[in-house]
Design a protein around this ligand. Structure first.
Ligand code: SF4
Ligand code: SF4
Ligand code: SF4
Length: 297
């Protein structure tokens, strides 16, 4: 019997965790959480009409060039996915008569795996919950890319000194996230996490026949600063939002790491972190394949 890559990662992760938990002196590190006054965003797939005003505003606000595609002599901005020139992207899920849009960008995890993986301290959480990037200390190792369960950080491969590109919730703008400012349907809104959580449940409870009851991001990976709503006809997995556990990945990986460091086996500790990250990324890729998403371009 042969093991798939997915099974291999799964069994390896389980073995790593078991070893760490069984080790004498193993101590779970405390999870970082979402605070009610943190800033965040809410995306409601049932309201989104796919106009892409949000992703266009994102490019403008962040000084990113258009992704030009020429068809029949005309040039269009047609981004394909999150990339060095796209901090946010709009995708379309379609199956038979069912279709739904989904906007993707950094999820601003309460306990971010990218921050945990970055040894240079180039990624950090700000006081209001934004996961920010400091290019001046980035060494270009791309550990953050491997660690992120949502496949968010992208690399500027064409630059002589490549850097990471990802949404920083427009922290440079006093007005806040540009994508939320322009949405004509209130499908993408910003506010405090307390207000957004309340609004998400208000929408769901106001139309229980239309909405999936779950507010994605409330508990996933220990809580995200971007919440998602979807309609009953299109599960979150179909929108490419992975089924991640409620416990933050860094809490598990750092518990393994710190436990193993006590025994002076540092390489195994680092391996533990990436094994976990790889396992969740494998699940995400599989979910995306199963969902058969299309690019909205
Ligand atoms: S979604 Fe990825 S890049 Fe964004 S904060 Fe979470 S781990 Fe970091
Ligand atoms: S918050 Fe800013 S950087 Fe992030 S997706 Fe919206 S417009 Fe783009
Ligand atoms: S601006 Fe609003 S309605 Fe238009 S694509 Fe973005 S989220 Fe959807």
């Amino acid at each position: 019997m042969s093991l798939s890559r997915r099974d291999w990662f799964k069994s390896l992760s389980a073995a790593g965790l078991a070893a760490a938990v069984a080790a004498p002196g193993a101590q779970a590190r405390e999870a970082k959480t979402v605070h009610p006054e943190d800033i965040g965003m809410l995306y409601d797939s049932t309201r989104c009409v796919g106009c892409r005003a949000c992703t266009t505003a994102c490019k403008e606000a962040n000084g990113l060039p258009p992704d030009v595609v020429e068809t029949d002599g005309a040039a269009y901005n047609a981004p394909h996915d999150l990339s060095a020139t796209n901090k946010s992207i709009l995708k379309l899920y379609r199956e038979g008569d069912t279709a739904a849009f989904v906007k993707r960008q950094c999820m601003h995890c309460a306990d971010p795996a990218c921050v945990s993986a970055c040894m240079a301290g180039a990624l950090h959480k700000t006081d209001n919950g934004i996961v920010a990037y400091d290019k001046s200390v980035c060494v270009g190792c791309r550990y953050c890319q491997i660690a992120c369960a949502f496949d968010v950080p992208k690399f500027t491969w064409t630059e002589p000194l490549p850097l990471i590109v990802k949404c920083e919730m427009c922290r440079h703008r006093p007005e806040g996230p540009a994508c939320c400012e322009v949405c004509p349907r209130d499908a993408m809104i910003t506010g405090t996490m307390a207000a957004l959580t309340e609004e998400a449940h208000r929408r769901v409870n106001g139309d229980p026949d239309a909405y999936d009851p779950k507010v994605y991001g409330e508990h996933e990976a220990g809580g995200l600063h971007v919440l998602y709503l979807t309609g009953k006809a299109v599960p979150f997995e179909k929108l490419g939002l992975p089924d991640v556990p409620g416990q933050p990945i860094p809490q598990t990986s750092e518990t393994i790491q710190h436990t193993l460091y006590k025994g002076f086996v540092a390489p195994a500790a680092l391996f533990g972190l990436f094994t976990f990250a790889q396992y969740f990324n494998e699940r995400r890729r599989q979910a995306a394949e199963d969902a058969g998403q299309e690019d909205k371009s």
